[in-house]
Design a protein around this ligand. Sequence first.
Ligand code: SME
Length: 201
Amino acid sequence: MVKILAGAPAFAWATVWRNRCRIPSYAPMYDFRIEAADKPALYRELIAAAESLTAGEPDSVANMANVAALLWESLPDINWAGFYRNVGGELVLGPFQGRAACIRIPFGKGVCGAAAATRAPQCVDDVNAFPGHIACDSASASELVMPLVHEGRLLGVIDLDSPRLARFDAEDLAGCAELARLLAPRLASMDAAPPEALKTR
Ligand code: SME
């Protein structure tokens, strides 16, 4: 079940925290508790939460940051969840959760670069057997990378790593493909030229 507002005790703490941090009272507190019986249900709930978190928000960094947090909190057995962005034909690290990671990945290199070059999802059971795998964290054993494509443009990729061999399967691929379909239009501004006003600063 997806909840947006927390219960009373959490809300009381949120009020204390808000006052201390001077967060205006109109800012909602998000409390997504995803409780699912199986993987398809988990992805349905995760996508519903991602839909409500990103609805109406044009800032792609904010949207990627919240979705990375959601993936991190909702998916079991992962040690990295986040985004690489297509910046001028090279993948550049975007918002993520997990350990600090490699910043730039050329198309065609590693699992992320393979997904970017082919625009095909990559589901790798054993990263150490993948030619050219880029080891950002030696604990990673398997990986899923899903391209984000909008109106024919590759915007970037979603990257998930796990410390467990063969952690990802067809259900994860289907769930991440659905997530990418939802997100791509909501991240479409990420490769847009800066507005005129910003260029002159
Ligand atoms: N392992 C990836 C690099 C990115 S990290 O996993 C965060 C790859 O081979 O492309």
